[in-house]
Design a protein around this ligand. Structure first.
Ligand SMILES: Cc1cc2nc3c(=O)[nH]c(=O)nc-3n(C[C@H](O)[C@H](O)[C@H](O)COP(=O)(O)OP(=O)(O)OC[C@H]3O[C@@H](n4cnc5c(N)ncnc54)[C@H](O)[C@@H]3O)c2cc1C
Length: 80
């Protein structure tokens, strides 16, 4: 019997683990994702992916700038 071997094993099938897995597969890296429950049923099931920098930061500063930069970056990814 042959054993499947992956280059990378990721523990956790939330948005983080699945995003990393997807990114690695795009680079022809073989990946196994281990999930103890249901994929996407952790915190990602609550509200992952919504970037609302003006709602999260209560004053100008580096945190707000980071949120705005993240939102810009995400919008560029969606246009691809
Ligand atoms: C109520 C709430 C509101 C939120 N609102 C926002 C928002 O507005 N905007 C935003 O950007 N983010 C928000 N977040 C945060 C966001 O949801 C999380 O930062 C993000 O989903 C984390 O993703 P993750 O993949 O790291 O974790 P998770 O989605 O929790 O995935 C981790 C996975 O790992 C699995 N796991 C854990 N341990 C093991 C193990 N030992 N073996 C196998 N599998 C394991 C779990 O079962 C789970 O499926 C919110 C979170 C909550 C709870």
């Amino acid at each position: 019997m042959s054993k499947a071997v992956s280059d990378v094993v990721i523990v956790g099938g939330g948005i983080s683990g699945l995003s990393i897995a997807w990114s690695l597969v795009q680079r022809n890296v073989s990946v196994t994702v281990l999930e103890r429950a249901q994929v996407g049923d952790g915190a990602s099931n609550a509200s992952a992916g919504m970037l609302a920098p003006l709602a999260e930061a209560n004053r100008p500063g580096p945190f707000l700038q980071l949120g705005i930069a993240s939102l810009r970056y995400t919008r560029r990814l969606w246009r691809r």
